[in-house]
Structures are given as structure tokens and as C-alpha cells.
Design a protein around this ligand. Structure first.
Ligand SMILES: [Zn+2]
Length: 428
């Protein structure tokens, strides 16, 4: 039960949510550090969506693994959505009778088609793009287990690499006219909380999950039972749940972007970070929000956040953006599409073959289109050599092939995708 799932390395967030379902409040069934849902807000979305659009998004994107009968009931004119099990409460969403009679969708972000026409060489003019470099850097990388080192080589730390790529992407996007915002622009966390703030919650979660007397400390990094310690759990509550929820507050209440691009590097399991396993496997995929598991839908806050996302219609915009970036990144990197070893948590969507729907904290909570990039296996022989080569101008021979720097290649791939999408969508 307390095994940390790591099916897709960077994105192993939602599984932990469903496993560690502890929460001190008895009346609300909330996910870890979740907020009480504000169902009244959804009144603003009455008659903004037709029955067919709603049913399509629920069945083909968000609830592809099914859901308990009492959670969502779709009739011809309305949907009944369970807001609370005890006492039983329902939110009724009324559908628009047809496409022409739809009310305007209330939202702060702007789809490409609603932006004014840009100048010829500025396809991103007027657009607000937030860049979200995945994880933390510097001294936090080891705690986050986004750190490994081969012999005397430089350590590979995902959170520093994503920040580096984000800054390179920012320069490129600004040249194309975008206003670029950073969700994180230092190696430090966005959340003011620290692991010690979560000791008590960590203890409660462990007890609830069948560890009656949890140990305080991890005795050694290879300790097989480290996940059952208060130290380890309080660190996860800090760097994952608290950090990403704080980033969501920043995105939703301060940055107000039209799009968030989350930048990550992927990995295959590497074992001992001081003596990691290197592999020949290397791949690329992108994620958008969707594909909720039944047990995730059971949480009142997650169900609410999903319905809000369905009604905000971010998918209509983020899917074609993800597909376009996937195509440009596949061209830039030459990488094959990642194939998840299970279909239980993801659903392939779009046309490029590289994009999956998956329910991650960031893709669910940022209230605008979100594209989550997962290129490169950091502990592949090829990527490891390219990371060690660092950033450089032009091309250089790495592993016998002339290549751009991996950071420049990543930044160019993302930029080209955004340029292509917005140029086409804005009629350039
Ligand atoms: Zn990551």
C-alpha cells in the first residue's frame, strides 16, 4: 500500500493522492491539502454547454475509466452532479439547447481565436504565457529525488534543468511577441511552508494507511521502509502537494495566463541515485488534464475541479496546442512516443500520437489551458551525455552525432510548436 508509484516518473502525483486519502475534516471528502469546493461558482456556467459536448468530454476525455453511478447523471436537458454524499447534495447543470443558444463561457484566459490579429512576425503578440519549470532546484533536488550522479560527473537535477530550459523558452517567446510569466523563477519553492509544517499531517496519514506507530526518521537513503516515515511523508506533502497547490494560487489569482506550459524531463527508474542505472530507452510525451480514476472522482474537491475544468473548456484549446508542440518536439528530438505500461491512469488523445490525458495536480488546478511536456529520459545514455555536454551555440558532436544542446533543442521544440499553433489559429 505504501509503495510509491512511479509509472511515469515526473508525473506520479495523482496516484499518491488516491492512496493517501487522509484528511482531518470528517464532513468533506477531500484530497490531500484539498480546498472545500465552491459549487455555487458553477452557477455561472449554466447553459454554456450542450448535452453532446458535455457527454463527449465526460465520456471520452475526463471519465474514460467510468465512475460510480451516483456521481454524475447525464439527462437530455441537464446533468446531476453529486456535491456531497452525506448529507446527499446535488448540483444541477442545465445544458444549452443547441450550439447557437449557448451562453458565453466565463473565463479569464483567452483562446487564440479571440485575440486581436497580430503583426506578421509576432504570432504570440498579446498572449500571456506562464512557464512552469517542474520541481525544485539546488539544495532541494535531493529531497525531491530528482537528483542522480554518475561517478565524478556533474549531478543531473531535473528542477535546475527545467528552470534553465524555461528561461531559454522565455527569451524565444518574447521575440515572438508573448508576455512571459514564470510560475517559478529560482531554485527555491513557491510555497512558504516547509516539511516540518506537515509532520502532524504526515503522522495522521500514515496511521490512516495502516502504519499505527510511524517512525520519525529515514535511517538511510536505501531504507526500504522510508515511505512509512514521518520525515519522508512530510517532505512529499511539502514539495509536491503544498508546492503545486501554491503554484496554482499564483497562476489563478496573480498571473492570469492564457496558457501554462509545464516543463519537465522524464526518467526511467534509476535505483540508487549515487550509482544510477543508465538505459537505452528514450522517449517523449505530453499531457493534458483528463482520464480521472474512479477513486479520484470520489473526492469532492477533485470532482468539483474536474467539472469546473470541463465547463471552462480548456481542453478545446490545450489539446491542439499539445498536439502541435508534440509534433514540433518529435521533429526536433527525433524521439518516439512514450507508451504507458498501463491504460488505467492515462488515455491517449489527439492526433499526434504523443499526447495523453492524465489527472495531475498542476493540469487540474491551473484554471486555463495547460500543456505538460515530458521529453527525454534523463538516465538514458544519450540524454545523460547531452546533459553533461551542457548548453552551447550551434551544434556539437555528442555520442558520434552532431546535435544542438539538449536545452536549446527542447526550447526550440516548444517555441516552434507555439509559433505554429498561434500563427495558424490567428490566420497568419
Ligand atoms: Zn518532472
Amino acid at each position: 500500500m505504501l509503495i510509491r508509484p512511479s509509472i511515469a516518473f515526473c508525473a506520479s502525483i495523482s496516484l499518491s493522492l488516491s492512496i493517501f486519502c487522509g484528511n482531518a475534516r470528517a464532513s468533506d471528502n477531500l484530497g490531500v491539502l484539498g480546498s472545500k469546493p465552491k459549487w455555487d461558482v458553477l452557477e455561472n456556467y449554466q447553459e454554456t454547454i450542450t448535452h453532446d459536448e458535455f457527454a463527449h468530454l465526460i465520456n471520452d476525455v475526463y471519465c474514460t475509466h467510468g465512475f460510480a453511478n451516483d456521481l454524475i447523471k447525464i439527462d437530455n436537458d441537464s446533468a446531476q452532479i453529486l456535491t456531497n454524499r452525506e448529507p446527499r447534495k446535488i448540483f444541477t447543470l442545465h445544458f444549452a439547447s443547441d450550439t447557437n443558444s449557448k451562453a458565453r463561457v466565463p473565463r479569464l484566459w483567452r483562446p487564440a481565436k479571440s485575440l486581436p490579429p497580430p503583426k506578421a512576425n509576432k504570432p504570440l503578440a498579446g498572449l500571456r504565457i506562464a512557464l512552469d519549470p517542474g520541481h525544485l532546484g539546488g539544495k532541494w533536488a535531493k529531497m525531491e529525488e530528482r537528483w542522480f550522479k554518475v561517478g565524478e560527473s556533474k549531478p543531473v537535477t531535473e528542477g535546475d534543468m527545467t528552470l534553465r530550459v524555461s528561461r531559454m523558452v522565455a527569451t524565444r517567446l518574447r521575440k515572438l511577441g508573448a508576455t512571459v510569466l514564470f510560475v517559478r523563477n529560482s531554485t527555491d519553492p513557491v510555497t512558504p511552508k516547509r516539511p516540518d509544517d506537515f509532520k502532524e499531517l504526515a503522522r495522521k496519514i500514515l496511521i490512516k494507511n495502516g502504519v499505527p506507530m510511524p517512525r520519525t526518521d529515514v535511517l538511510d537513503p536505501k531504507d526500504p521502509e522510508k515511505e512509512q516515515t514521518i520525515r519522508w511523508q512530510s517532505q512529499i506533502l511539502f514539495y509536491r502537494y503544498s508546492e503545486i497547490r501554491r503554484r496554482a494560487v499564483l497562476v489563478n489569482s496573480k498571473l492570469h495566463p492564457d496558457l501554462v506550459v509545464c516543463l519537465h524531463f522524464n526518467a526511467e527508474p534509476w535505483g540508487d541515485p549515487g550509482s544510477p542505472t543508465l538505459t537505452d530507452i528514450n522517449h517523449l510525451h505530453l499531457l493534458v488534464n483528463g482520464s480521472y480514476q474512479e477513486e479520484e472522482l470520489d473526492f469532492d474537491d477533485e470532482r468539483f475541479e474536474m467539472i469546473r475544468r470541463v465547463l471552462g473548456r480548456a481542453y478545446d484549446e490545450e489539446l491542439p496546442i499539445a498536439d502541435t508542440i508534440a509534433t514540433s518536439m518529435a521533429k526536433a528530438t527525433g524521439l518516439p512516443a512514450y507508451q504507458y505500461p498501463t491504460t488505467l491512469i492515462t488515455t491517449k488523445v489527439g492526433t499526434s500520437g504523443y499526447v495523453y490525458a492524465r489527472n495531475l495536480l498542476a493540469t487540474r488546478l491551473y484554471r486555463c489551458p495547460v500543456v505538460y511536456c515530458e521529453p527525454y529520459v534523463m538516465n538514458s545514455n544519450d540524454v545523460f551525455a547531452r546533459v553533461q555536454a551542457g548548453d552551447y551555440d550551434g551544434t556539437k558532436e555528442v555520442n558520434g552525432v552532431q546535435r544542438k544542446s539538449i536545452f536549446g533543442e527542447y526550447a526550440d521544440g516548444v517555441t516552434e510548436g507555439l509559433r505554429d499553433y498561434y500563427s495558424k489559429a490567428r490566420g497568419l
